[in-house]
Design a protein around this ligand. Sequence first.
Ligand SMILES: Cc1ncc(C[n+]2csc(CCOP(=O)(O)OP(=O)(O)O)c2C)c(N)n1
Ligand SMILES: [Mg+2]
Length: 384
Amino acid sequence: MTASTIRVSDPGGFELRRVLAEDGSALLPGDHAPLPPRGELAELYRAMLTTRLLDDRMLKLQRQGRVAFVGTATGLEASVHGSAAAFRPEDWVFSALREGGAAVQRGMPLEQYAAHMFGNAEDTAKGRQMTNHFQHPEGNFVSWSSVIGTQLPQAVGAAMAFQRRGEPQVVCAYSGDGATSSNGFHSALNFAAVYKAPVVFVVIDNGWAISVPSSKQTASRCYGDKARAYGMPGCDVDGNDVLACYRATQEGADRARAGGGPSLVALRSYRIGGHSSSDDPTKYRDPDEVEHWEQRDPLDRFAAYLRAEGLLDDALQAEWTAAITARIAAVVQRAEKVGPPPLETLVEDVYADPPKHLRRQVIEALRVIAEKGEADAVEGKFPL
Ligand SMILES: Cc1ncc(C[n+]2csc(CCOP(=O)(O)OP(=O)(O)O)c2C)c(N)n1
Ligand SMILES: [Mg+2]
C-alpha cells in the first residue's frame, strides 16, 4: 500500500485500491499527493464529461443510421481517463475498443474524432478502419485491429524498441477482461517481463466480454493476480475512482521509466451500455446489476470530490456540458458534409509508389464509376 492509497475489500474477497470513497470524499483527508496537480483535476473531469457526451451523441447517430458502429465507454470514464493521465505526451498508447477518449485527452481534435466516426475524407484512417477504432499519430495513439489482444504484443514490441534505442518513452497497453484470455495477452506479458520492457498493462475489467461475465472469464481471484505468474507486479483498483486509477497507473509508468520493467494494473469497473451498438445486453444480464453500477457513476463521484475541493460547482458543470454539447454538434454537422475519401486513396500507404497493377485497378474502377455512376447504398448488417 502506498501512503496515498487505501485498500478496500471487494465482494470477491480481494483488495481494491481506492483514494475516494463512493460518496466522493477523500479516504485520507488532506491527501493531495501524488499528482495529478490540483490545477489539472477539473480538466480531468472535463475529459471524462467529454467522453460521456461524445458516446451519448455517437450512439444516437448510430441509431439514426448516420454512423456505422459504436462501442461506448459509459461507466468506464474514470478507468480510461485516470489511467491515460498517467502518461506523458511522448509515451505511446495502444488501445482497444473503448479508449478513444484517451486519444482526445492526448490532443486529438474533435473534428478528427468525428471524421473517423463518419469515415470521411478527413479521417486519418482514410475510411478504411471500422468506426470507433481511433488513431491519433501526433498523440502516439495507435489504432486497434479489433482482433482481441493483438495490440498487446505490438505494445511490447514498441516498448522493447524504445528500450533498445535508449529512448525514454514508456508504453500504455490497454485491454479488456476478455482479452486476458487471448494468446496475445500471454505472449505480451511473458515477453515484457522477460525483457523488462517499459510497459504498463492496463486491464479495464468492465464485468463483461460481450455476454461472458468476468466470473466465467477466469478462475483467478482477480485480474491483478495474473501478473504474479509472469513475474511482474500487479494490483487491482477501484476503476470508478479516477484518482486511484491515476495513482496506480502512475506508479506503473514511473517504474517502467526507471528501468524497473512492466506491471499490470487491473481497473475494476462496469460496462453500463451494451457491448456495442450491435448488442442487446438485456438478453443476458440482470437489470439490477446495471442499476447497482449506475448508482456508482464515476463522474458523480469525482464531481462530488471536486465540489468539496471548491473546484467545481453547478454553474461550471452546466457551462461545460453546454459548451461540449455544442462543440460536438458542430463537428458532427461538419463531418457529415465532408465526402468520402477519394477512391485512389485505397492503394496509398502500403507501397511508397503504388505498383502498376494496383494503379490499373483504380483506373478501371474510376472508369466503371464514370460509366455507370456510384453503387447504391445497400442495407448492411454488422455481424458482432
Ligand atoms: C480473437 C477474437 N476473438 C473474438 C472476437 C469477438 N469479440 C469482439 S469484442 C469481444 C469481447 C471483448 O471483451 P473485453 O476484452 O472484456 O473488452 P470489452 O469489449 O468488454 O471492452 C469478443 C470476444 C474478436 N474480436 N477477436
Ligand atoms: Mg470487458
